[in-house]
Design a protein around this ligand. Sequence first.
Ligand SMILES: C[S@@+](CC[C@H](N)C(=O)[O-])C[C@H]1O[C@@H](n2cnc3c(N)ncnc32)[C@H](O)[C@@H]1O
Length: 372
Amino acid sequence: MKPRLVELLRCPGCGAALTCFSFEERPDAAGLAQGGEAYGTEIESGLLACQGCDLAFPIIEEVPRVIRNAFEEYADWFKEQSPRITAIDGLGAVSQKIGSVDSSRFDKRSNESFSLQWEKYQYGDKTWFKSDLDQRRDEFLDAVQLSADELDGKLVLDAGCGNGRLTASVTRYGAEVIGMDLSRSVVRAHKMRDEHAGENAPRLHFVQGNVMEPPFAPETFDHEHTSGVLHHTPSTERSLDSFLTLVKPGGRVYVQLYRTREPWIGIPNAIIRACTSRLPLNLLFNVLYFLAPLHRWLVLIVAKLRGETSPIADTSRREQAISLFDNYSPRYQYRYTPAQMEKLFTERGLKNVRDVTFENEARHMVAFVGDK
Ligand SMILES: C[S@@+](CC[C@H](N)C(=O)[O-])C[C@H]1O[C@@H](n2cnc3c(N)ncnc32)[C@H](O)[C@@H]1O
């Protein structure tokens, strides 16, 4: 991570600023040339200690892990680094602290399920049956209803960035972009940033963080984007509230959620999920991988009956299994009609609220933009 990120990060527990103790770092000449000192170093490993409470967050494989339960999730790292940590003045107690985890804000299964899902993903795959390299990237401006000029020089958050491929592509509009995700997907996304963002890579950052306890100060971002994320948290409404605090007044907000499906598909889906979202993750993935050809066949038959073509025809069995896993594994999967989503936006005081759902995803998703 770049020192620049330290300026922006806050403790998800108490909101205070963080002090960075760098254990290993290397110079980044391209970052220095582009943005000066704040971008000129890559901190490879270290610790972010809260200035307000006793929580501390590791920087591992160059990615800050700013989640309240970091001590638990990265117990091995804390153990290994214990001599270094205890040697830092005033930090002796840190290695003893465990951030208390509130299950109404942090869902462990989500973290583990999406971490596994993005491990199975391979860069070059289609994400949600769309190519990241052109289709999703090109759709981004239409989705957020901003021009490239309006993004130039702005700070943008992509909350729940998943594989980070779309996040990276936004840097080509001149924006500085932060991709945040609860899962460990951010590690691979960070490793791929040079390949995905090219010369803009120094202004692309990834953070492990929870949108329900975001590791940023209020009104940090010029614009915000979140696709397919908030409905996977314990409360879409509370996630939306904390997501909205992060954007500056006047900033554009894009939110995409799952759409309420027709009962003939919605009810069986809910019944099947009641079972599958409790199964061990690896077992579930293997079962879905086994069943993927059967599912593909059913989807193609339904598409034929509707006189449509389905993008599933051009995807691999693994991509199909990932998409099935995305549906059947997460514990939370709330769904909304356009009217409900509009209400979510208007009752929070957003202005210029409009439905921006693409035709090619309107069966499954609903997307709105608004201005804070
Ligand atoms: C369906 S994926 C969407 C990924 C990406 N936005 C996209 O459009 O391709 C949902 C993502 O939300 C992330 N997520 C779930 N709960 C989260 C939370 N509380 N905070 C941040 N990210 C979360 C998951 O880890 C996962 O990567």
